[in-house]
Design a protein around this ligand. Sequence first.
Ligand SMILES: [Zn+2]
Length: 367
Amino acid sequence: MKKRYALTILTIILLVSVLFSVFSFQFKESDIPMNIILFIGDGMGVSQVTTARIYRHPMHLERLKTMGLLTTYSNNRFKTDSAAAGTALATGYKTDNGVIAQSPDGEKFQTIAEYAKTIGKSSGVVASTGITHATPASFLAHKDSRGSQAEIAEQIAAMNFDVLFGAGWGYFVPATVEGSLRNDEKDLLEVMRMKMQVVINTDDFETLEDEPAAALLERTNYFPKAMDNPKISLADMTRKALQILSKNNKGFFLMVEGSQMDWGGHSNDVNYIMTEMLAFDDAIGIAMDFAEKNGKTLVIVTADHETGGLTLLNGSFTEQTLTEYHFSTTGHTAEMVPVFSYGPSASLFGGIQDNTEIGKKMFELWK
Ligand SMILES: [Zn+2]
């Protein structure tokens, strides 16, 4: 009898502690952001941020006062690629390099961009590369190989995202159309036109109304470099995206990728990195203007990995010069990447964590 009594007490204690842990996990209403804007600087390590800060002080990035660092390793590699890192940020799960938002054996991981739609929010991405490229694709599609951009395009066209701004219209037009990057006759732009505005050139971008829209402004993944002064900048696309998404009074998710710091790193071109960083920072400024006014928007700025192993050796912050630097690789590195945050629950993203925590915590906030 005594034993049974002790067992009952134990069960009650266990139940109470489980209930307590469930309830203590709930967020206060004011801690739950209505909107989340996630910026990903592809290839943006601390040295890339420092390079930009030589030429711009203060940066818009400095308006995000909470900071941390993320480990970026993938499921099968010490050095991640953008697909595995994008998946970690978008879903909270690790996968192998090259895999888009699913496990190495094909189990699909829901992305935060998809989840936002299921709870009535608007959702979209902006990138300075093709929207079927690894990082944006990790938020919009599921595929065993990042190279399957034509199939990723099909999945994107079948969904109901509200903003798709970037490049890569060639993956969306039938093989018979000049410039197509497809091997079949599928006309995905036509599929998308049934549910949203669709434009493929910069003049038409200016005419977009504040309704769901896709703007694929280049044929391939090669969005113009910031140093070539593209007619539509990452900041322009971010501004328009916010006008469209903020019309939903239930809120929105937006991912903005500064895609080409990575390419600057791969080509060991410090000027390319610096100019892309400043364009990325301009876009962050647009988002921060919105978030500061809105008050219910969480802004997170981070990276998928560092590229180039960039080390800064000499120069001057007062004279805005960088005279000596070194790249240790033309590939990615496993350096931790910075994460900056602002707004409701920003403190969740401070400190040292793994990159999967970003995805996990965005989901927790909206569950
Ligand atoms: Zn890369």
